[in-house]
Design a protein around this ligand. Structure first.
Ligand SMILES: [Zn+2]
Length: 423
C-alpha cells in the first residue's frame, strides 16, 4: 500500500468530524441566540406593532418560538448522533454486511440496502415526530391530528414512497452499474424527469390521498378571485379548498402543477382567518412568485446543483477512502452504488448547511419581490393586515435574533416586511 492509501481515509475522517462539529456547534449557538433574544423581548410588544398585537399574543408567539427552537436543538443533536452511528460507529457497514449475507451481492441487495436504510431512519425519527405533533403543537393549540390520523398518514406515506421510490431507486442503481463511466449524466436525466413527473402527478394523484380538495364554493369570493387572476394575466384550471384544518390550525395558500394544469389551493383555515380583500392580497403575493419566475428559477438552480452533486458522486463512488474513512468496508469486485449514495446523502447536508445563509437570502429576496408584485395588484393595506394576522395566528415571533434570521428564515420577519409595505 502506498502512503496516500493509508493517509487518505484518516484525512477524510478528520474532515468529516470537523464539518460535523463545526455545523453542530454553529446550530446550537444560533438556537441559543434565538431563544435568548426572543426571551429578552418577551415582556413588551415592539413599538411598531403595539397597536395591533396584544401582549398575550406576543407572549404566546415567544413561548411557541422558544419551544420550537428547543425541540430543534434536540433534533439537531439526535441527528448528529445518528450520523455518527451510521458511519464511524459502523451502523451502515453492519446493515450492508447483514443484507449481503441474506441476499448475496447484486442489484436486489443494493435496493434492499437503500430501502432498509430509509425505513430505519424513518422509524428512528418517529418518537420526535410524535412529540412535535402531540406535545409541542398540541400544547400551543395548533394540533388537530388524532393519533389514528397520524398513524394512517405514516403508513400511507410509506406506501406511496415505496410504490414511487423503489422503481426509481432500482433504475438509478442499475444505471450506476450498467451505464459506464458517464452514468451520472444518465442518472441526472432520470432525476430531472422524475421530479418533473412528480410535479405533474402530485396535485392530482398524491395530494388527494392525504387531503380532500373541493372546488371553491363561495360565489362572491370566486368572482373576486377570478377577477384578480384575470387582472394579473394568469390562467388556472381551478380554485380549490383543502381541508388543512384536519391536521393543523396553521394557515396557507399555494399554487401547484404547472402549464395549463395549474391550480390554486386555499387551506380552509386561511379562508376562515382572512377577509376577502386580505385573501386577494395573499393570492396576489403567490401570483408574484409565478410571474417573477421564482419557481422556474428554483427548478433551474436545483437542476444545476444536482448535476454537480451527481458528477461528484460519479468520482467518489470509485474512491476507497470515501467508504473506509466513514466506517464502511466497500464490497470487493462488486458494485457499491447504494453504499456510495447513502454516504453521499449523509455527508452533503454537512456542507450544505454552510450554504444556507445564501439560500435563505435568495428566498427572502424573492418574498420581497412577490410582495412588491402583490401591492401593484391588490391593496397594500390588505396585504399588511393579512400578513399581520398570519404572523399572529401562526404565533411567529416579531423579535427573532437577526443572525438566526440570516441563517434560517426563508421569509423576512414581520418587522422588515411590513416596513417595506410602508405600514
Ligand atoms: Zn411567498
Amino acid at each position: 500500500m502506498n502512503d496516500f492509501a493509508v493517509f487518505a481515509p484518516a484525512l477524510w475522517t478528520a474532515v468529516f468530524c470537523l464539518l460535523l462539529a463545526a455545523g453542530l456547534l454553529t446550530r446550537l449557538w444560533l438556537a441559543g441566540r434565538q431563544m435568548r433574544h426572543v426571551a429578552q423581548h418577551r415582556a413588551a410588544v415592539p413599538a411598531p406593532f403595539a397597536e395591533r398585537i396584544g401582549l398575550a399574543a406576543h407572549q404566546k408567539a415567544a413561548d411557541y418560538t422558544i419551544a420550537k427552537t428547543r425541540l430543534g436543538l434536540i433534533e439537531t443533536s439526535f441527528g448528529a448522533a445518528l450520523l455518527v452511528g451510521w458511519t464511524l460507529l459502523g451502523g451502515l457497514n453492519a446493515l450492508n454486511q447483514g443484507l449481503l449475507a441474506w441476499f448475496g451481492p447484486g442489484l436486489l441487495q443494493q435496493v434492499a440496502l437503500l430501502a432498509a436504510f430509509t425505513a430505519l431512519g424513518a422509524l428512528l425519527e418517529l418518537p420526535l415526530s410524535w412529540y412535535r405533533t402531540f406535545v409541542l403543537e398540541q400544547r400551543h393549540g395548533f394540533n388537530r391530528m388524532t393519533p389514528r390520523l397520524w398513524l394512517s398518514d405514516g403508513l400511507k406515506g410509506a406506501a406511496v414512497g415505496a410504490v414511487i421510490g423503489l422503481p426509481v431507486v432500482a433504475l438509478l442503481l442499475w444505471l450506476m452499474q450498467a451505464a459506464g463511466p458517464l452514468w451520472w449524466l444518465w442518472a441526472w436525466g432520470l432525476w430531472m424527469a422524475f421530479n418533473l413527473l412528480l410535479l405533474v402527478l402530485y396535485p392530482s394523484l398524491i395530494a388527494p390521498l392525504f387531503n380532500r380538495f373541493e372546488p371553491l364554493q363561495d360565489p362572491a369570493l370566486k368572482t373576486r378571485i377570478e377577477a384578480l387572476l384575470a387582472r394579473c394575466g394568469f390562467q388556472a384550471k381551478g380554485l380549490f379548498v383543502m381541508d388543512g384544518s384536519k391536521r393543523s390550525a396553521h394557515a396557507n395558500a399555494y399554487f401547484t402543477g404547472f402549464g395549463p394544469a395549474k391550480r390554486v389551493v386555499f387551506f380552509d383555515t386561511l379562508l376562515q382567518q382572512l377577509a376577502p380583500g386580505e385573501l386577494d392580497a395573499v393570492l396576489a403575493h403567490e401570483l408574484g412568485h409565478f410571474k417573477r419566475r421564482h419557481i422556474l428559477k428554483r427548478i433551474a438552480l436545483m437542476a444545476l446543483l444536482s448535476l454537480g452533486a451527481l458528477a461528484l458522486l460519479g468520482w467518489l463512488v470509485q474512491q476507497v477512502w470515501f467508504y473506509t474513512g466513514l466506517g464502511v468496508t466497500p464490497n470487493l469486485m462488486q458494485p457499491n452504488g447504494a453504499l456510495a449514495l447513502i454516504l453521499f446523502l449523509l455527508v452533503t447536508p454537512l456542507v450544505g448547511f454552510f450554504a444556507s445563509p445564501w439560500m435563505s437570502a435568495l428566498s427572502r429576496r424573492q418574498e420581497f419581490e412577490a410582495d412588491a408584485f402583490a401591492v401593484a395588484h391588490a391593496d397594500p393595506r390588505d396585504l399588511a393586515s393579512a400578513l399581520l394576522k398570519l404572523y399572529k395566528d401562526n404565533a411567529s415571533t416579531l423579535t427573532p435574533d437577526p443572525l438566526y434570521v440570516r441563517f434560517y428564515y426563508s421569509h423576512p420577519p414581520a418587522g422588515e416586511r411590513l416596513a417595506r409595505l410602508g405600514a
